[in-house]
Design a protein around this ligand. Sequence first.
Ligand code: SIN
Length: 206
Amino acid sequence: MSASPRGVEAELDSGSAPIAGLDTLSTVIDSIFKTSDNWIDRRAAIHSALNRTVVTPSELSTFALFDPRLPYTRNLVATDNTHYTLLILCWNVDKESPIHDHPCDGCFIKALQGKIRESRYVKDASPESDQLVLFQETIVHSGAVTYMDDFVGYHKVGCAGTEPAITLHLYTPPYHSCKVWASPERFSSWSEGKVTFYSKHGQPMN
Ligand code: SIN
């Protein structure tokens, strides 16, 4: 832990005090990274901060952009280009991400609207097997926060309701590509998925 632990400790001590809006959340996240280099503390503080974050309808109309042609639409909200990337993802009904890894310390997801299904996989422990095995499937309802990293396994996420869903994602640190599996049947056969954005800071890219 660095000299002043106030940011992290303030977050962990904040109980259920709401964090009003994404600008305030970014400030809180900045302070967490400035005040602690201990991953366990940071992870707990980020989880707490996301739990308490309330995204306003006006922020949703700025950042939650849907492209109906895509399974899901990735919108960049904020990044410091070093420690974290904050995104809003918009999920079309019946659509999902491919199974993927997280070449970072961790991935946090807060469901903002609708509900999502998170499916978690691990490599089959048998040396003869080349499969990914589904070990957990969870429906994440609006307001809930989940956490994932490669020590836990790999996952895919999809819209689980009859209405489109919106999620807030925080990746730490930012990454530019990850492993993507078209099928859980062949762990050794993955491709590189490049990180792309439909919009940045509310501005569509095209
Ligand atoms: C997810 O399924 O967790 C979202 C993947 C992404 O960031 O594109």
